[in-house]
Design a protein around this ligand. Structure first.
Ligand SMILES: *[C@@H]1O[C@H](CO)[C@@H](O)[C@H](O)[C@H]1NC(C)=O
Ligand SMILES: [Zn+2]
Length: 350
């Protein structure tokens, strides 16, 4: 659980199950379509909500195509990864016992579409370059609003839910928005302090739809930023990808003589420094609360990886590691750390 599957493995596993529906699609680059279809099917949601296979396939292919493959990080593979993580969290006992099929449908759809049509640059960049999306969404959760409205556009275009009562499909659209908007990292403290208060007061009642919805928001937030909680070899690759995207934005800003956004200047930051900050101030606080809510082996494994990965990045970062030895740092070292490797391999049950 919580383990990312490489695409060939994923395809091999899924191909047997759904090859009939996707005969011509057994090629690389379809992990989002395969995975989402497979999960919807496995949860029995296609049957329960009487989803039309042709419409569903078209919807998923369009979703996948609307991600930008040229983005190093915010592409369809990230969306598939988040959908897979979301599935793992939905299976956690507290959620599995209380979520309705409708909740699960929303959770999976939100995960699959949560970064739809991501331009590969962040909100401050869109605002300072007077991008039409910044004007359209009034500088507020610009990207997340766009991901949501793009998802709604595809739902309507493919008429995936057109057989449901209008109020149901509107409710799906609205709740999808509320889930996707929760992934706005700049609003993390709002969500986190609400979560903390609920846990302190021990008053989350998952019989209430509004509380289940809040837990789904938190689950999606965790799924979105769980890369640092994966075993080092996987985590490291995601870190490289996301930093590559940041630095690419910084290069554009440099080229156009714009102010370089925080974390985006490749001369002032390293992957390690970006990651250590992200883990310390964003990921750790979120997953610490998540583990309080869902105190399971998966949560503990994720916190364990997080600690080890942070130590590995610190070892690669001369300033942060506190070692003042002369000469180059050895980029390969943290990878070789026997304790880290043993632990990440030891917990790769899935
Ligand atoms: C968005 O921010 C820009 C830059 O700060 C500003 O010029 C613009 O008026 C803002 N737009 C809205 C709708 O607030
Ligand atoms: Zn994301």
């Amino acid at each position: 659980m919580g383990k990312i599957l490489s695409e060939p493995v994923l395809l091999k596993r899924l191909a047997g199950t759904i090859a009939l529906q996707f005969t011509v699609y057994i090629v690389y680059g379809n992990s989002l379509v395969f995975l989402t279809f497979h999960l919807l099917n496995q949860y029995g949601l296609i049957e329960l909500f009487q989803l039309d296979m042709v419409k569903l396939r078209r919807f998923l292919v369009l979703v996948q195509e609307d991600y930008h493959n040229q983005n190093p990080y915010h592409n369809a593979v990230h969306a598939a990864d988040v959908t897979q993580a979301m599935h793992c969290y939905l299976r956690e006992p507290k959620l599995a016992q209380s979520l309705t099929s409708f909740d699960i449908l929303l959770g999976l759809l939100a995960a699959a579409t949560h970064d739809l049509d991501h331009p590969g640059v962040n909100q401050p960049f869109l605002i300072k370059t007077n991008h039409y999306l910044a004007a359209l969404y009034r500088n507020t959760s610009v990207l997340e609003n766009h991901h949501w409205r793009s998802a709604v556009g595809l739902l309507r275009e493919t008429e995936l839910f057109s057989h449901l009562p209008v109020e149901d499909s509107l409710s799906i659209e609205r709740q999808l928005g509320s889930l996707i908007l929760a992934t706005d990292i700049s609003r993390q403290n709002e969500y986190l302090s609400r979560f903390r208060t609920h846990l302190d007061e021990n008053d989350l009642c998952l019989g209430h739809a509004s509380h289940r919805h809040f837990v789904l928001q938190m689950a999606l937030k965790c799924a979105d930023i769980c890369n640092p909680c994966r075993p080092w070899e996987l985590s490291k690759q995601w870190s490289e990808k996301v930093t590559e995207e940041f630095f690419h934005q910084g290069d554009i800003e440099k080229k156009h003589k714009l102010e370089i956004s925080p974390l985006c200047d490749s001369e002032a930051n390293t992957i390690a420094s970006v990651q250590i900050g992200f883990m310390t101030y964003v990921v750790e606080p979120l997953f610490a609360e998540w583990a309080r809510f869902s105190d399971t082996r998966l949560s503990q494994t994720m916190l364990g990886h997080l600690g080890l990965n942070k130590a590995s990045w610190s070892a690669l970062e001369p300033e942060a590691s506190g070692s003042s030895e002369e000469g180059e740092s050895e980029p390969g070292r943290a990878t070789e750390e026997p304790s880290s490797r043993a632990l990440s391999q030891g917990s790769q049950e899935s």
